[in-house]
Design a protein around this ligand. Structure first.
Ligand code: NDP
Length: 246
């Protein structure tokens, strides 16, 4: 069903992983999708082509989310190129894990820039363009609420931050007909969190459904939240975690 026909969406970090799954599902629901990337230009172009082959509209733009001025300008450029903006999905993120004593200030600053400050800056800029029915959806993490391994302090800090930001922003923009929500995935098989390997072995026993999730399973939830049926959901933190936090 083309619930997003005529809508324009921006997905940060849409070249790979969860963001690619989100872009595919938004496009399948009829939205024209602008994806951003920082280093995977070829993969981003392949994503655009695959969406176009499926009959959807898409474009890719290199915008480093760590550069908040570039991100703000990038939102404006996407609006100029596609004529409007209805849906912002803050997805781009970095892991930034390590024992507390070994986290360098530069790595800390980078994780905060991409995972937290970019969410603020892109949302602020998007709100200049979003109208009634507008949507801001941020990909947090179940690790904001539950963490089962040492070395996740900075990651958890950023992901708890976006959930708080979401609730406060939802209050602020609800009168404009705009909803703001956080989706908290559990373990999803991507380059950041491969379903095989040492970390996966530590993780899997904590997942109630005993498997990693897929980018599509996050994408379908985001597409629902982006659509008109989700107008009564705002300020929410929605887990799609296979029961990781159950
Ligand atoms: P991946 O590492 O597989 O993909 C990351 C994506 O973000 C890529 O498209 C990458 O672009 C982009 N990106 C990274 N840094 C920047 C930057 N500075 N500027 C622009 N784009 C950037 O990660 P996932 O798909 O696994 O994660 C996506 C989101 O989901 C993140 O916010 C993550 O924290 C969250 N998440 C992931 C979970 C998991 O288990 N996988 C669980 C819970 C939350 P490029 O290809 O150019 O590098």
């Amino acid at each position: 069903e083309q619930t997003l026909a005529g809508k324009v969406a921006m997905v940060t970090g849409g070249s790979r992983g969860i963001g690619a799954g989100i872009a595919r599902r938004l496009a399948a629901a009829g939205a024209t999708v602008a994806i951003t990337y920082v280093s995977s230009g070829e993969q981003a172009e392949l994503m655009v082509k695959s969406i176009q082959m499926a009959g959807g509209g898409a474009l890719a733009v290199r915008i480093d989310s760590a550069d908040r001025a570039a991100l703000r300008a990038g939102v404006g450029q996407i609006v100029q190129r596609l004529g409007r903006l209805d849906i912002l999905v803050n997805n781009a993120g970095v892991g930034g894990v390590g024992p507390i004593g070994e986290i360098a200030d530069d790595d800390y600053d980078h994780a905060l820039a991409v995972n937290l400050t970019a969410v603020f800056a892109a949302s602020q800029e998007a709100l200049r363009h979003l109208g009634p029915g507008g949507r801001i959806i941020t990909i947090g993490s179940i690790n904001a609420d539950r963490i089962h391994f040492p070395g996740g302090t900075v990651y958890a800090l950023t992901k708890a931050g976006v959930a708080g930001f979401t609730r406060a922003l939802a209050r602020e923009v609800s009168s404009r007909g705009i909803t703001v929500n956080t989706v908290q995935p559990g373990p999803v098989a991507t380059d950041m969190n491969p379903a095989e390997g040492a970390f996966a072995e530590i993780t899997r026993p904590h997942i109630a459904v005993a498997r990693y999730g897929t980018a599509d399973e996050i994408g379908s939830l985001v597409a629902y939240l982006a659509g008109p049926d989700a107008a009564y959901i705002t300020g929410a933190t929605i887990n799609a975690d296979g029961g990781f936090a159950a």
